[in-house]
Design a protein around this ligand. Sequence first.
Ligand code: PAF
Length: 289
Amino acid sequence: MQVITAISELRSVIRAARVKQPALQVGFVPTMGFLHEGHASLLKAARDQCELVVLSIFVNPLQFGPNEDFERYPRDEKRDLAIAAEAGTDIVFMPQVAEMYPSPIRTTVSVSEVTRRLCGASRPGHFDGVATVVTKLLNMVQPDYAYFGMKDAQQVAVIEQMVQDLNIPVHIVACPTLREADGLAKSSRNVYLNEEQRAQAVQLSAALRKARSAVEESWRHLTPREVEEQVREEIARAPLADIDYVEVLDYPSLQTIDTFVSSRRVIIAVAVKFGNTRLIDNVVIPIQS
Ligand code: PAF
């Protein structure tokens, strides 16, 4: 496994690999590090599909708001490299902020509509930061496939829209959310939770599971607003939970819906704060007759 910090070296190593093996498929997993089994599953998906697997680890300041956790975002380089090696990564790209942003950035990639609700509304500017850094990384790596986790389902929708609109030649692969044994979605931010918060955080996935069953069984007799209310009530059973949003939307358009419509997909998405830690989770459900 090669660890690279300079963009020029990254480009020349990938170019050389492509010259040596013209049919080479390059798989790319962009991350902000503090890797867990969710990231390892993305790397494994890339390993299964591609001959060259590139991982990036970069905590992107552009996607954090002024009062968010950029400075205290968890970092553990040594552990990340061990997980990356174990998952069969070929190249780890770990640039410094000055390498990615050598001067103040004057160009921003901004995706409209799909960023209007959910985290787009709660974290203004967040998806501009994500779309901009992902565009830069895709330009640097030029992968055939790029892998993203569905825990950030809105991020997947934003990137798919961006790739389509800007004709970026990459296939986006959306991979399932990995969960702890009790259902909590795996996230780098889970380490911030104290014991009591961690115990109550399970209520998010429990509420989503219950809502999924209700929608699957009775979508004809339910409205999206009623489902949102049921999820709110379930989450409120955790006294430490401070709900940011609970929304039922069309997926991947992320437009508001007033009824469930057969053969569309819906997302039930939640963001909940436990103390200073903001957790997100979702389920995407095909509406089937
Ligand atoms: O999902 C993440 O970890 C980040 O948003 C990403 C895609 C690596 C961009 O910084």
